[in-house]
Ligand binder design. Structure first.
Ligand code: ZN
Length: 257
């Protein structure tokens, strides 16, 4: 096969694996990335609705507010067998892996929230079984073969037992845009809303159903202006994430319930 045919065949194989690779010359070096979609649950099989709601009488554990930030794809190689497919995915571009970007933003966000007096835990790919927090935000970065595609977006779980996750996602978007000036990118896929950590019916390593959760795509690693924020000015990105969480807690801090 000649060049284009080989390229098309390679793309076909990559697409079968749920991943697409593209090469591009940027900053004089090779850019290659994989789409992020493969880390999301793609099945509708969330399990049956229980006949009796086991959380009807649930009350929040006593103690200080707990905030969890997940650095998407961090320590992905350690994912448990039930999430084996997560072990080798995540975007990379311009010499940066997505998990590094996600972890950098998570660490800066943690500092900001701790300065406000909150307890913050950073989680890797593997969620401890039945993990509970007042607020959980999974931090990710996007990729697209079209390097002009730009922007952020957030999503809440398709099935949200807390009734508050959509509001958390909305406040994250509002504050993230204010802090970063990045545009909203409206392509929220059903795979985002079915993120594995949200799927406590299916996976042992998932959030407790009463954890209010959202996932944030902070920008496109494949876009130069997005990289100026999420790679080179991660404090700015973190200010947006922290402000979204703080706005949410103003409305739904435990004392205000
Ligand atoms: Zn990701």
């Amino acid at each position: 096969m000649k060049g284009p045919a080989i390229f098309a065949a390679a793309l076909g194989v990559a697409a079968l694996a749920g991943t697409a690779f593209v090469e591009h010359a940027i900053y004089g070096s090779t850019l290659s990335f994989s789409f992020d979609e493969a880390d999301f649950e793609t099945s509708d099989d969330l399990g049956p609705e229980p006949e009796i709601d086991p959380y009807a009488g649930w009350t929040r554990p006593e103690g200080p507010i707990r905030i969890a930030l997940q650095a998407g794809h961090w320590k992905a190689a350690e994912a448990p067998d039930e999430l084996e497919r997560l072990r080798a995915n995540g975007a990379s571009a311009a010499g940066v892996s997505e998990w590094q970007v996600n972890l950098g933003i998570a660490e800066e966000t943690k500092k900001l929230l701790e300065a406000e007096g909150f307890d913050v835990e950073i989680l890797p790919t593997t969620i401890p079984p039945d993990y509970w927090a007042d607020v959980f935000v999974s931090i990710h970065a996007d990729g697209n073969k079209d390097t002009a595609v730009t922007g952020y977006k957030a999503a809440s779980p398709r099935r949200d037992r807390t009734g508050r996750a959509a509001e958390l996602a909305r406040l994250l978007e509002q504050e993230y845009e204010k802090a970063t000036g990045l545009p909203y990118e409206p392509n929220v896929t059903r795979n985002m809303r079915g993120y594995y950590a949200f799927n406590w019916r299916r996976y042992e390593h998932a959030l407790h159903p009463m954890t209010t959760a959202a996932i944030l795509e902070t920008g496109f690693l494949t876009n130069p202006s997005d990289r100026r924020i999420i790679v080179h000015d991660k404090k700015k990105a973190a200010r947006g994430v922290a402000a979204g969480i703080l706005e949410y807690l103003k409305l739904h801090g435990p004392e205000l319930d």
